[in-house]
Each structure stands twice: as C-alpha cells, then as structure tokens.
Write a protein that binds this ligand. Structure first.
Ligand SMILES: Cc1ncc(COP(=O)(O)O)c(C=O)c1O
Length: 372
C-alpha cells in the first residue's frame, strides 16, 4: 500500500521480541515488588556509565530534575546568576529558577543554533555568572564545545551540560555526556534513549558532585532518617530502568537508523529554499531530529502542504526563552542578537524516528520538493 501519512514521531517501532521481553521483566519485578530501587537501577546506572565513559551515572525522575540536581550538586545557590541559551526547551530555564538562581539568556549562533565562544565569553564578562547550562540542541554539539569548556574552567564558571537531546552524540570521538564536567539527560519516551515513562540521569566523573547528586535525589538522606541536605524525591522507577537497560542494548542501531534518515533528507533536499542543517564536522550526531531552515515568509506554505499530505512536523522551538511570558519576572539579563528569535521563525523539523521506513522518507521528500 502506498504511503499516505507519516507521523512526526512514533514510539511503536521496537525490535522483534522487545515487547515480550519487557513485559516478562515487568512481571518479574512485580512479583518481587521491586517498584523503587533494587538491582535493576544499579545495573542500568552501570550500563549508562560504561556507554558514556563517565565514572558516575545517577538515574533520576526526569531530565528537568537532572538539571536542578546538577545545579545544586555543583553548589549553585539562591540568587547566583546562571547563563542559559536563548534557544532551548523551557526546562533549562525553569531548572535555574527552581533552584532559586537567576537565569541570564545568552543568544545562540545563527548557523550552529548553539552558543559560540565569542558570545559566551561576552556573557561571562558582562554578567559574571556562577554557572552556565550549555544545551546540546538537536542532538548536535557546537564545534566550539571544547573551547567553551576550557574557557569556562579558566573563568571559574561551572559548566553544566544539558544533554537531554544528545544521548549517544560524540565530539571528536568522545561521548559529549561523558566528557563534560557534569551533564544531564532526559529519558522522556520521545528521546533517542527513551523510557517507558519519565526518567533522567546525571553524568560526571567528579566524585564530590556524584555524591551530592545521590544525596539530593533521595531527600538529602545520609541514612534512612538523617538528612544532610534538602533535596527532592527524584528516584528513577524500576520499570523505567528495566526498559532503559533493555533499550541501551539496541541504541547503536537505533541511532544509526535516525542518522540515515537525516542523511537522506540532506542528500535529497539539495538546492531548495528549505535547507536541511546537520551537525558540524567532528561531531557524530545522534539523529535526534531532522532540522531545516526556511525563510520565515515561506514556512507557513510548506507547513500547509505537509498538513495536507498528513505529514507530521515540528518547529523546535517556536519561541526564544527571553520571549516567553513566564520568563519576564525571572530574567536577570540577556544577550539578544535576534538569532534565537530568527531560528524560532525559520526552523522546521521533518519526521525522524528510529526505524522510519525508506518509503516514508521518500514520501516526505516528494511532498517537500513538490511544495516549491
Ligand atoms: C533540552 C532539554 N532540556 C530539558 C528537558 C527536560 O526533560 P524532561 O522532560 O525529562 O524533564 C528536555 C526534554 O523534554 C529537553 O529537550
């Protein structure tokens, strides 16, 4: 049957036998009443640490908590200034506010869609922040990641990396998550490594930070009823841990499938007003999403055509952080060169998910081509 629709994302393409194996595993956890904690959590954390080459991986309830825990673990306190990109998901901004710190939005580079070193340096000089949360949007990393890390270290700014979208991404052959001072990820089901519910993790090779994270995710406990810190209940669930542990065994094939999809779009959509954008050289992206830019004046017509053809799409993200109505009362400053706003109006994401079929990709490409 010929293809007549393609979802933006679907979560139901699993490897043969995955469903049965997961349900058997759930039954076994149920029978043992291992609902919170238990060996499965430790197994997952060990697998995550190995995969990312971090000394420590700490599971938690979701990717937003992971950022909050990381901020607290490195010592960010009430009223400290923290830099965040103007183009990210709202959770990055929210996390800073939720730990009592003051966010400063810093514009991204229009081509890389991430921070560049020059703008980051200016933000550090102008605002003298305690910390910064760099975001690896779209499953990429900026080619300037390593310079930004080095500069932040020299300037005494603690750099946390929000890698909610970059699980599996490498820069010069090294895991982005594992080579950061401290990084976080989200296992929201639609992520590259998604769970069967909400979940997240923090990665670091710094022993003190790891110890703080462990304490913070579990009510600041030093033993069962002694509390050395005010933390959260942000423990990862057992069923989610099982699902993630099983998924991790397939992650390389899933990433390869996503990467082939974005490569196909890039190769098939040459020379059009809609221009696919990929990660820069030296970065092995994870295919989290397909990214393209189009003149904001032309975007509505392309969107109309996709809708008529039953093709799902995204505009990740349709508004800069500094322009959200919820940000006004918390913004402690901003660097706004208009780039995040431009990207929010120009970006369009085509369907991309693990095991998307060649005929689905071809259908999307045909509709996009016919739109011009
Ligand atoms: C960049 C970014 N940061 C943080 C989050 C928050 O993760 P979660 O939804 O698991 O809280 C997400 C995903 O939703 C994200 O894409």
């Amino acid at each position: 049957m010929s293809i007549q629709q393609v979802p933006f994302i679907t979560l139901n393409r699993f490897e043969p036998g995955f469903r049965e194996q997961f349900l058997d595993g759930v039954a076994s956890l149920f029978d043992k009443t291992q609902f919170v904690g238990g060996p499965i959590v430790g197994e997952l954390e060990a697998q995550l640490a190995t995969y990312t080459k971090s000394k420590f991986a700490i599971g938690c309830a979701n990717g937003t908590d992971a950022i909050q825990i990381a901020l607290r673990a490195v010592g960010v306190k009430k009223n400290d200034k923290v830099l965040v990109p103007d183009m990210t998901f709202w959770a990055t901004f929210e996390a800073v506010v939720n730990v009592g710190a003051n966010p400063v939005t810093v514009d991204v580079n229009r081509n890389a869609c991430h921070w560049d070193l020059a703008t980051f340096k200016k933000a550090v000089e102008d605002f003298k922040p305690t910390a910064a949360v760099m975001v690896h949007l779209y499953g990429w990393a900026t080619p300037e990641t390593l310079e930004i890390r080095k500069f932040a270290q020299e300037a005494g700014v603690v750099l946390i990396e929000d890698g909610a979208q970059c699980f599996g991404t490498e820069i010069h052959g090294q895991s982005v998550l594992g080579s950061a001072l401290i990084s976080t990820t989200s296992f929201y089901p639609a992520k590259v490594l998604g769970a069967s519910g909400d979940a997240g993790a923090i990665f670091t090779s710094n022993e003190e930070y790891a110890k703080n994270c462990r304490t913070l995710i579990n009510h600041g406990r030093t033993d069962h009823y002694s509390h050395g810190m005010v933390g959260w209940n942000s423990r990862i669930g057992a069923y989610e841990s099982l699902f993630l542990s099983m998924s991790l065994k397939h992650i390389d094939a899933r990433i390869e499938s996503r990467r082939s999809a974005v490569t196909f779009y890039e190769e098939s959509l040459q020379g059009l007003p809609f221009k696919p954008v990929r990660a820069a050289q030296g970065v092995h992206e994870n295919g989290y999403c397909s990214v393209g830019m189009i003149d904001p004046q032309l975007r509505p017509a392309l969107i109309e055509n996709l809708k008529k053809a039953n093709i799902g799409f995204g505009t990740i993200y349709p508004g800069a952080m500094s322009k959200q109505s919820g940000s006004a009362e918390y913004l402690a400053g901003k660097i706004d060169n208009g780039n995040a706003h431009y990207i929010s109006q120009a970006v369009l994401n085509l369907p991309c998910f693990a095991f998307i079929k060649p005929e689905e990709l071809q259908y999307v490409v045909d509709v996009v081509k016919k739109s011009f």
